[in-house]
Design a protein. Structure first.
Length: 782
């Protein structure tokens, strides 16, 4: 006899009785996978589009249906359809699912997705048509039924690809873009169902999860995956709404910007999404009511912030586009990357061309008519001669009123003396008419000013789109050819001999035939002096003189770029002084080397002097540095900065841009000026002066920068100055004359001498902000 178990409670003893319960047999396949099958089928069965269509649950059931999960999945389909429709209409989807289930039972062998799609679409169309006939058949019903059947058939193909990811037979290590898009699409449809659920604290669950997915894909990939997810989720969320295009655009643009800002961290990813959403909203509908809920975005941001570290590694590994593997190379990857850039460029170009013709719209006949009607209503509504003036002589009266506009535009308002004689002779309320005209004209002029301002802002936005489009197209047109495998092997061997253990090496040849080596090191194995020691190893291995180009890092790895050593060397010196009486100098300047072997020097002179001018010029220089370091072309950079200054700059606050770009491989120099002072090219005693007559940046969108190219010779000095130096003497050519007499080529000494001379000509005082940059260029002795 088995002794019963005793459970001890304070002051109470209770015998635990044993009950012989019947054993529950869990059917084979009723596991977590079957539960997931059932949940997705149930959710998709409740995802509605275009009013009352729910074709997705049936399509997903068709794609994943198998003898192992047929019972659970069909039950979920039936319950989901009943929950969604709560009417006899749900029988159409249940019958379609039943036919598919019978087909799977009878034909146990694998059925192709095409057959499944045709059967599903055909049965659903037949079932819906029969239901339509019973309730009164219309041609419209036939079209709707065909549309739903077509969507159901297409979804079968999508679900078939997604099922291989959601329910893999073996562990997946790589996803194709088709599988990625299909999986995102299925997830987006689940979110569509979730969006129909009651809100929690004014938060839409479906929107929150959708935005979180976009942020996650933007953060863990180096591709437009965030934009792709945005397009899909935006399309699903906006089906049947009046502003579907705007919502899709907002999701896609926000996803793209989130991808671009992801490199700066999780907070930047969320901030980029929010700012992009706000920007595209203002541009599309000119209001502050955002297209994507801020509350949903913030909730998604919190979810993304705490869940990102758990989901990023597996997703990056699957997509093979994260920062966890070796840098991809090869013609196929290069083509796909550039094709995507080219398509984005074409899309932005189409946007620019679509909006530009509509931006500069003068007030048309309807606006003028409204203006005249307002004037007539104020002056002539109770006049006894109104019928004579505005009915019998409409054209003459209208032309006479319009003629007052010339005087109003010239003098600010019209007077009785400006009224045409013909109207003055028959109008008994001339003075009242003029007063009414002036009141209406003031409203008209104010409205026109705002309209012109809005058109200017939109025109600048379109200009930005065009410039970015051309930049992306240029990037897509760049041709990089992978170097032969022996080059990478030789470099790895040379590094190994010196005790360096890189995680990966990627080598390629640019269109100018220069070699580039990209080497990745685990952070714990990297030392800062390696970037200066490794070039010698690469040079020994390849026979090509190399130098350190650029470096960036993440939490786990350090990425180094090495490029060919240039044929020219340079040394730069600068000198600057503030205007007497001011706290800071209003000029800003910079010089930098780019990884591709380009040297950049730039001066920006803010209008006026003091802190305001310094702030404006500093902003200009920082923009130049940021854009050029990102690989943007110099001319496109100048145009973008000019547009940005126009939109953000205050009245009478502009900046000059004086920029010198030198290709250190070829010695070709390019001088670009927007309102800058002259630049001097010194070759021994010979001095060449490069001038500009254009306006400063930020004044007009039509500014055309002056662009001059020169081939530099060995031992050439380039002197760039601000207008405080150039205008120090009444003689505009004083610097040309004095530079010819200077024997030194030391840029530091030269800059100091020029500044001292400018102060000397100014009587020992700095009458304006003064800045000098001197750069010496000479050929390297090989």
């Amino acid at each position: 006899m088995i002794k019963p178990n005793i459970i001890q409670f304070p002051q109470i003893n209770i015998k635990k009785l044993r009950f012989h319960l019947p054993r529950i047999h869990i059917p084979k396949g009723a596991n977590l996978t079957a539960a997931l099958y059932s949940f997705i089928t149930f959710a998709l069965s409740g995802a509605k589009i275009l009013g009352n269509m729910t074709p997705f649950g049936t399509a997903f059931f068709t794609a994943v249906c198998s003898p192992k999960n047929i019972t659970a999945s069909f039950t979920a389909l039936a319950l989901g359809s009943l929950w969604a429709h709560r009417s006899a209409l749900s029988l159409c989807y249940i019958v379609t699912g039943g036919v598919v289930a019978v087909m799977n039972i009878l034909f146990n062998k694998k059925i192709s997705p095409s057959v499944k799609a045709y059967v599903t679409g055909g049965v659903l169309f037949a079932a819906k048509s029969i239901a339509s006939v019973s309730g009164g058949f219309l041609t419209y019903d036939l079209i709707i039924n065909f549309t739903e059947a077509f969507i159901s058939g297409i979804t079968v193909f999508v679900a078939d690809k997604a099922a291989k990811v959601i329910f893999p037979a073996k562990k997946r290590t790589f996803l194709s873009y088709g599988e990625t898009v299909s999986t995102i699409s299925i997830f987006a449809l689940i979110l569509l169902w979730a969006s129909s659920l009651p809100k929690i604290l004014w938060i839409n669950i479906g929107n929150v999860l959708g935005i979180a997915v976009i942020l996650l894909l933007s953060n863990c990939t180096n591709s437009p995956a965030g934009a792709i997810a945005g397009i899909i989720i935006g399309a699903v969320n906006s089906v049947g709404t009046y502003n579907a295009g705007a919502v899709i655009g907002a999701y896609a643009f926000s996803g793209l910007i989130a991808s671009l800002t992801a490199r700066f961290g999780k907070g930047a990813t969320v901030l980029g999404f929010i700012l992009a959403n706000a920007s595209i909203t203002v541009f599309i509908n000119g209001s502050t009511e955002v297209l994507i809920s801020i509350a949903d975005t913030l909730a998604a941001g919190v979810l993304f912030y705490f869940g990102e570290k758990y989901l990023t590694p597996p997703i990056s590994g699957l997509l093979k586009i994260g920062n966890y593997g070796a840098a991809p190379s090869g013609d196929a990857v290069d083509f796909a990357y550039k094709d995507r850039l080219r398509r984005i460029s074409e899309s932005l170009k189409i946007l620019e061309e679509s909006f530009t013709p509509r931006l500069r719209e003068d007030y048309n006949a309807a606006n003028i008519a409204a203006f005249i009607n307002r004037t007539a209503e104020k002056a002539c509504s109770d006049c006894s001669l109104r019928f004579c003036c505005w009915k019998k002589k409409t054209k003459e009266t209208r032309d006479s009123v319009l003629s007052l506009m010339t005087a109003a535009e010239k003098n600010g308002k019209a007077s009785v003396n400006d009224v045409a004689e013909e109207l003055k002779n028959r109008c008994i309320r001339t003075e009242r008419l003029v007063n009414a005209f002036n009141d209406s004209y003031e409203i008209y002029r104010t409205s026109r000013l705002w309209q012109d301002k809005l058109s200017d802002c939109k025109a600048l936005s379109c200009s930005q789109m065009g410039n970015i489009s051309r930049i992306l197209n240029d990037m897509a047109s760049e041709k990089h050819f992978p170097a032969n495998e022996e080059t990478s092997v030789a470099i790895r061997s040379a590094l190994d001999c010196h005790g360096y253990c890189p995680a990966s090496i990627n080598t390629y040849i640019k269109k100018d035939s220069s070699l580039v080596a990209e080497i990745k090191f685990a952070r714990k194995k990297f030392q800062d002096d390696m970037k200066y020691l490794i070039p010698a190893c690469i040079s020994d291995a390849t026979g090509v003189k190399m130098r350190f180009g650029d470096m960036y890092s993440d939490e786990n790895y350090v990425y180094l770029t090495f490029t060919m050593r240039e044929n020219f060397c340079r040394a730069t010196g600068g000198a600057s002084i503030k205007k007497d009486g001011e706290k800071v100098c209003g000029d800003s300047f910079t010089s930098m080397n780019l990884p591709d072997g380009t040297y950049i020097a730039a001066i920006s002179d803010g209008m006026g002097s003091g802190e305001a001018a310094a702030k404006e010029s500093h902003k200009t220089i920082e923009l130049i540095k940021s854009f050029i370091r990102c690989g943007f072309d110099v001319m496109h950079t100048i145009k973008i900065i000019n547009s940005a200054l126009m939109m953000t700059g205050k009245e009478d606050m502009f900046s000059t841009i004086d920029l010198c770009s030198i290709n250190m491989h070829s010695g070709m120099a390019e001088f670009i000026k927007i309102g800058g002072a002259a630049t001097y090219i010194k070759r021994g005693k010979n001095i060449e002066k490069v001038t500009s007559s254009s306006l400063p940046a930020g004044i007009s969108s039509d500014i055309i920068p002056k662009r001059v190219s020169r081939q530099l010779e060995d031992d050439t000095v380039i002197v760039m100055v601000s207008d405080g130096i150039e205008n120090a003497s009444a003689d505009s050519d004083w610097l040309t004359k004095r530079l010819g007499d200077m024997d030194t080529v030391n840029p530091h000494v030269l800059a100091d001498k020029i500044l001292d001379l400018a102060l000397f000509y100014g009587g020992g005082k700095a009458k304006d902000d003064m800045t000098v940059i001197a750069t010496r260029i000479w050929k390297e002795n090989v």
